[in-house]
Design a protein around this ligand. Structure first.
Ligand code: AMP
Length: 220
C-alpha cells in the first residue's frame, strides 16, 4: 500500500505515520526527517537544505524528488510505504506520478489531516524532541516527568529550530500557498479522504484506518 499523509505542519503526520508503520509493516518516508539528518551529519545535502529549512521555506523540488526517487527504490519499499511530508508542491506530486508510472504502480490513498492555524501554533511552539533518542514530547499536552529531560533515555530535550513562532507562521503560509493545492489535485483523482486532526491520537489513527479501508467513500 502506498499512502500519502497530507496536512499542515503540526497536523500529527509524523506521529500517525509511526503508528501506521507498526500496523501495516511498511516504512515511513519523511523528507523532513531525511533532511534534518543530513543537516545534523553536515552532508552536502544538509548544507544545501539548512537555509531553506531555517527560514520555513521549501527545499527545491528537484532535491526532494531526487531523495524520494532513491528511497522508494530500496527493497523495504517493495510492499509500499507511508509518505509523510512529501509531496508538498504540485510539481513534486507530478514527479511522483511519473516515477510510479514507470514502476507500474500508483498511490492508493491520500489522507488529509485537517487542523486550523491557531491550533497548529499552539502545538508546534510546545513541541520538544529528545536530542538523543528522538522521542517526542509537548510541554503542555505530553510533558516529560522532569523538565527538559527525556523519560525514556535521560537525553536532553530540544526544540526544533523551525518550531519558533515566526518560522511556524512562515511554514503555514508556505503550506497554504504551495501544498494546499494538492488537496484538489488528489480529490480529482478520487484518492483523497479528509479527516479532522483534532481529538486524541487514537481517534485520529482510527479515522485514518477507516479512510484506507473505505476507498469508495473518498471526498467528492
Ligand atoms: P517537516 O518535518 O515535514 O515539517 O519538514 C521540515 C522542513 O523540511 C520543511 O519546512 C522544508 O524546509 C523541508 N522539507 C521537508 N519536506 C519537504 C518537501 N517535500 N519539499 C520541500 N521541502 C521539504
Amino acid at each position: 500500500m502506498r499512502l500519502i499523509l497530507l496536512g499542515p505542519p503540526g497536523a500529527g503526520k509524523g506521529t500517525q505515520a509511526v503508528r501506521l508503520v507498526n500496523h501495516f509493516g511498511i516504512p515511513q518516508i519523511s523528507t523532513g526527517d531525511i533532511l534534518r539528518k543530513a543537516v545534523k551529519d553536515g552532508t552536502e545535502l544538509g548544507t544545501l537544505a539548512k537555509g531553506y529549512m531555517d527560514r520555513g521555506e521549501l527545499v527545491p523540488d528537484e532535491v526532494v524528488v531526487g531523495i524520494i526517487r532513491e528511497r522508494i527504490a530500496e527493497p523495504d519499499c517493495e510492499r509500499g510505504y507511508i509518505l509523510d511530508g512529501f509531496p508538498r508542491t504540485i510539481a513534486q506530486a507530478e514527479a511522483l506520478d511519473e516515477m510510479l508510472k514507470k514502476l507500474k504502480g500508483g498511490i492508493d490513498h491520500v489522507v488529509n489531516i485537517a487542523v486550523g492555524d491557531e491550533e497548529i501554533i499552539k502545538r508546534l511552539t510546545g513541541r520538544r524532541t529528545c536530542s538523543s533518542c528522538g522521542a517526542g514530547y509537548h510541554i503542555l499536552f505530553d510533558p516529560p516527568k522532569k523538565e527538559g529531560v527525556c523519560d525514556k533515555c535521560g537525553g536532553k530535550l530540544i526544540q526544533r529550530d523551525d518550531d519558533q513562532e515566526e518560522t511556524i507562521r512562515a511554514r503555514l503560509r508556505v503550506y497554504r500557498q504551495q501544498t494546499e493545492p494538492l488537496i484538489a489535485y488528489y480529490k480529482r483523482k478520487g484518492l483523497l479522504r479528509t479527516i479532522p486532526g483534532v481529538g486524541n491520537m487514537e481517534e485520529i489513527f482510527e479515522a485514518i484506518l477507516k479512510a484506507v479501508e473505505e476507498p469508495d467513500k473518498a471526498d467528492k
